[in-house]
Ligand binder design. Structure first.
Ligand code: ARG
Length: 458
């Protein structure tokens, strides 16, 4: 096999060790960037011609050659040479092989340092667009489910102890809010990413009369980067992206954790359809929530990528260092993982069946309306701390007697506080408790419906 000529071969007197070649190569994963790399090179070549740095004919040959390579890469017929160090060299070497001398002019005024900064930005810009669409679909799935299940009650938990009854729709819309913030975070990250780096060259800029703004226009960037040193060393946008992706994963993971719990025999709140569950190879009765479990597990993997990215950047001397090549695998795997999880979760939401009776029964237990009794006393003028104490003693009495709050008579209540009257019985049931929480952001059905209307009116 012939050894590919190195772009930097000039000052070297012996060929690169095969082991070093294999170790430093990124081609097996950065080939994913071929489309962005070619798009960037075409824009760069057009600018070089416009500035008179290469001739119009040379630029035409370069662009035609690049388009041919692009077509082959799209079709999967491009003959990748394993000796090429990275996608940039694979494309440039193929170009020179095909069009001759003009190919050697493409890299004028450019370094792989600003070239890779461009490629990642172009790549992530696209993928963020795709992720935004997927987060949008997931939000819609939560919204639709909330509308469908609007009257259904759920036991709300704190510390995983029964706390207060809520509407299932209110719970589901909590995730809508989380994913709306995720969308905003991704858009915000996109703003800082969407700046054109070419022209920074190796680190200092170039003495050639490049028109950076023209390249930015061709590539649909609203601005060019302001400092060449920063440009080739900056991966803030990559870290930010993985952080935003980590929060998306975390939000999915928390929902998945509830699904895993709720689909147990002990809770029995929800059933995940057979098509979205898997069985056990030994226990014939089992139906396992592997999809939510895997989303939960993959969240850890994306967090790992975030830590990897931050650690790669920590203590890197200015400016470009080869360490930065290690940004790609975490980025690519983050993109793949988050997109796969967003897709399957949105699909799975349509395959959940809630057991309304079990959920209502769950919401009733655990003295879940005790706070309502305390609030009733507050409305009678009892200071809240005192009301809390009174109701605490009532609950303790009920536990001793094996009774519930709704099972006590008015006289029994009055032994704890003289001022209890018939009105008390208006606030003891799960429905009444939910109904009462009409504060903005509360779980009352009319409040939840108003929020749904607000969301849909947007
Ligand atoms: N493969 C490299 C990376 O991912 C491209 C830039 C290489 N630049 C260099 N001077 N070796 O960062």
């Amino acid at each position: 096999m012939k050894t590919q000529e190195k772009p930097w071969g000039g000052r070297f007197s012996e060929p690169t060790d095969r082991q070093v070649e294999a170790f430093t190569s990124s081609l097996h994963y950065d080939r994913r960037l071929y489309r962005c790399d070619i798009e960037g090179s075409i824009a760069h070549a057009r600018m070089l011609a416009r500035q008179g740095i290469v001739t119009k004919g040379e630029a035409r040959a370069i662009c035609a050659g690049l388009r041919e390579i692009l077509a082959e890469m799209e079709a999967g017929t491009f003959p990748f040479h394993p000796d090429d160090e990275d996608i940039h060299m694979a494309i440039e070497n193929a170009l020179t092989e095909r069009i001759g001398g003009a190919g050697g002019k493409l890299h004028t005024g450019r370094s792989r340092n600003d070239q890779i900064a461009l490629d990642i930005r172009l790549y992530l810009r696209d993928e963020i667009g795709r992720m935004l669409a997927l987060v949008g679909s997931l939000k819609s799935a939560f919204l639709e489910l909330a509308k469908k299940e609007c009257g259904v009650v759920l036991s709300g938990y704190t510390h995983l102890q029964k706390a207060q009854p809520v509407l299932l729709a209110h719970y589901l819309l909590a995730f809508w809010e989380m994913f709306a913030r995720d969308e905003a975070r991704l858009r915000d990250c996109l703003k800082r990413m969407n700046v054109m780096p070419l022209g920074a060259a190796a680190l200092a800029g170039t003495g050639l009369p490049l028109d950076r703004r023209y390249v930015a226009r061709l590539l649909r960037f609203p601005a060019v980067t302001a400092n060449s040193i920063d440009t080739v060393s900056d991966r803030d946008f990559a870290a930010e992206f993985i952080f935003a992706a980590s929060l998306v994963m975390m939000h999915m993971s928390r929902f998945c954790e509830d699904l895993v719990l709720w689909s147990t025999d002990e809770f029995g709140y929800v059933e995940i359809a057979d098509a979205f569950t898997t069985g056990s190879s030994i226990m014939p009765q089992k139906k396992n929530p592997d999809v939510p479990e895997l989303i939960r597990g993959k969240t850890g993997r994306v967090y790992g990528h975030l830590v990897a990215m931050l650690t790669i950047l920590k203590g890197l001397p200015m400016t470009y260092n080869r360490d930065l090549q290690e940004d790609k695998e975490p980025l690519f795997d983050t993109v793949d993982t988050v997109q796969a999880c967003l897709k399957i979760l949105a699909a799975m939401i349509g395959h959940l069946t809630f057991n309304r009776e079990r959920m209502e029964a769950g919401a009733k237990g655990g003295f879940s309306t005790a706070t309502d009794v305390a609030e009733y006393l507050v409305m009678k003028g009892v200071p809240f701390r005192e009301a809390h104490g009174i109701v605490g003693r009532i609950v303790s009495f009920c536990i001793q007697q094996g009774k519930t709050l709704t099972g006590l008579t008015l006289m029994e209540f009055q032994t704890f506080y003289k001022g209890f009257d018939e009105e008390l019985f208006q606030c003891l049931t799960v429905r009444q408790s939910i109904q009462a929480r009409r504060v903005i952001g509360g779980t009352a059905e009319e409040t939840v419906r108003r929020r749904i209307a607000e969301i849909e009116g947007r």
